[in-house]
Design a protein around this ligand. Structure first.
Ligand code: NA7
Length: 540
């Protein structure tokens, strides 16, 4: 009897792109256009990335729809209309599927496939990738389009296995939906996600208990649905937006006021704060004055303005006290938009539990118990507990560069990148929206994605043109970028606070501001490197 070896499928391509969200789809489009044989691999069963996974109740963008889209194709811009100022998850997912079809990307997308390892083969000067489906991919280039908010944080609690209800993480919400009507529901987490969940399900469920560790500054959203005439008018703004958007602080339509806050009269300051507030957008946070996020005294004024707005919404003074942030300055954690979140706590079926004062002790068969002995009966527990931002998804892959060095080990010691595009020791591995770039945290995501994807495509085109085999940043260039990043980061109040922006939501994570503040300055730095034929990168 002869035993035949089972061959696992082997594929040879020019580039493997990991992730089929905003970044992966565009990267595929560009590399294919440049004549490369490129393939996208994604562990989801559909395209969309973040917008495939995050289908929890109330999920929508906090970026206005007119700037939360691709700008590279006039045809795409002309043919798609957004229905509201802030797009719900299903519409963004539909948009990305439409783009995938329109650009005929699907033949080069493999779904339901998780990349488990990527090892650099020095002799072949290629990457070898393994997947959980038993396939091997050999590629000259690898581009991570995994997104900074992909690897979820899902705490476990003593007694969890005994809990007879259902536990759901917002970032793995079942496609078929979850009936919550008439149920006793608990939500842990009051970040941007928890807020959207709470305000959406409060009127549907029987009882809603919100377990809050840290109160959040949130701004009321103004989210009109667009009439046909408004949709047409929005299209007229695209040419100007396209010119402006990469020259702004965070990739939105707003420019920072160039004045100093101190030079503005008290009356005008108040009027400005009211104007930002009434805009129902993130303008108050990232489209006002630079000092809001750098000068403690200016920030204190803005923080108090926001706190007063929050307090005024909540009827019960004790609940108002708990929901009003007091332990960190406005804007130093991600500021969410909200739509009835604070008002939800005025409902008789919504309860707030301060788990900093009375921490969670365990889950029981029937609900959740806190250290004081209080018990909260639950049918469903929703975890809106966030992500291992920036590094989580990529370090879940066993990435080994030159000499077998591990990216996970490197980043667990010291979180560093060369302008976010590459890491020293990992030739031909490109990253998008990665640590130490605005795209990791301080950017309207599609805008930074488009920037990074285009920079990478241009770089690969230049390599191919030169007939080069590899590109890798020098250690000196990387060091200089890290130093520059830290200098810029240290000017912000954000770098001084504990949040996912500084890695503080993950125990033991290296502390460094994950995002580079300043889309405009970042873009200039990247342009300069490109203009000098990738100075700081070794091309061989
Ligand atoms: P965030 O912003 O990281 O929020 C997570 C929330 O979950 C936050 O309130 C955390 O409290 C809370 N949390 C996390 N772990 C626990 C445990 N173990 N116990 C209790 N509470 C916990 O995630 P989001 O999904 O809301 O938003 C992430 C980004 O996605 C957002 O910025 C948008 O860009 C989209 P904490 O503040 O740490 O005290």
């Amino acid at each position: 009897m002869s035993v035949q070896a089972v061959q696992s499928p082997q594929h040879n391509v020019d580039a493997v792109i990991i992730g089929a969200g905003f970044a992966g789809l565009y990267q595929l489009y560009l590399l294919r256009k440049q004549g490369l044989n490129a393939q996208v691999l994604d562990f989801a069963s559909g395209v969309g990335g973040t917008w495939y996974w995050n289908r929890y109740p109330g999920a929508r963008t906090d970026s206005p729809s007119d700037v939360y889209q691709y700008f590279f194709s006039d045809e795409l811009l002309a043919e798609w209309d957004w229905s509201e100022r802030y797009t719900p998850q299903a519409e963004t997912e539909r948009y990305l599927n439409w783009v995938a079809d329109k650009l005929a990307l699907r033949p080069n997308i493999t779904l339901n496939t998780r990349v488990t390892s990527a090892h650099w083969d020095e002799a072949a000067r290629r990457w070898t990738l393994q997947t959980d489906t038993g396939e091997t991919w050999s590629a000259k280039f690898v581009v991570s389009c995994l997104g900074p908010l992909t690897a979820l944080v899902a705490p476990t609690f003593p007694g969890q296995d005994s809990f007879k209800g259902r536990i759901l993480h917002t970032a793995r919400w079942p496609k078929e939906g979850v009936p919550l009507e008439g149920k006793r529901v608990g939500v842990i987490g009051t970040g941007a996600t928890g807020i959207q969940v709470v305000q959406t399900i409060a009127p549907q469920v029987k009882e809603l208990t919100v377990f809050q560790r840290t109160a959040n500054y949130a701004i009321p959203i103004r989210n009109p649905r667009y009439s046909d005439a408004e949709k047409r008018a929005i299209h007229d703004t695209y040419p100007a937006l396209k010119k402006k958007i990469w020259n702004t602080f965070v990739g939105f339509q707003w420019e920072l006021d160039p004045r100093n806050w101190a030079d503005v009269s008290k009356e005008e300051r108040n009027a400005l704060l009211e104007t930002y507030w009434a805009d129902g957008s993130l303008r108050m946070w990232v489209g006002g004055f630079r000092e809001f996020l750098s000068d403690p005294a200016v920030n204190a004024e803005v923080s108090e303005f926001v706190r007063n707005k929050i307090r005024a919404r909540i009827h019960d003074p004790e609940t108002a006290r708990k929901l009003t942030p007091s332990t960190y300055p406005f804007g130093t954690h991600r500021v969410p938009l909200e739509n009835g979140y604070f008002d939800a706590f005025n409902r008789p079926n919504v309860h707030l539990v301060d788990i900093k004062a009375d921490p969670i002790q365990e889950l029981t068969p029937t609900g959740l118990k806190t250290q004081s002995g209080a018990e909260y009966p639950l049918d469903v527990l929703i975890l809106a507990t966030g992500f291992d931002a920036g590094t989580g998804a990529i370090t879940q892959i066993d990435i080994r560069g030159r000499g077998g060095r591990s990216l996970k080990e490197l980043w667990s010691r010291d979180l560093r990148t060369a302008m976010g595009m590459q890491v020293h020791g990992f030739p031909n591995l490109f990253l998008t929206s990665s640590p130490l770039t605005p795209g990791a945290a301080f950017c309207n995501a599609p805008i930074c994605i488009q920037h990074d994807v285009e920079w990478i495509a241009d770089c690969i085109a230049r390599l191919e043109q030169r007939g080069a085999k590899t590109i890798e940043p020098t250690a000196q260039f990387e060091e200089a970028w890290v130093k520059h990043h830290d200098e810029v980061a240290s000017t912000t109040l954000i770098s001084k606070e504990k949040s996912w922006y500084t890695g503080a939501n993950i125990e033991g994570k290296t502390s460094r501001l994950i995002g580079y503040p300043g889309v405009d300055e970042f873009r200039k730095a990247c342009d300069a490197v490109k203009a000098k034929d990738y100075e700081g990168f070794e091309i061989a």
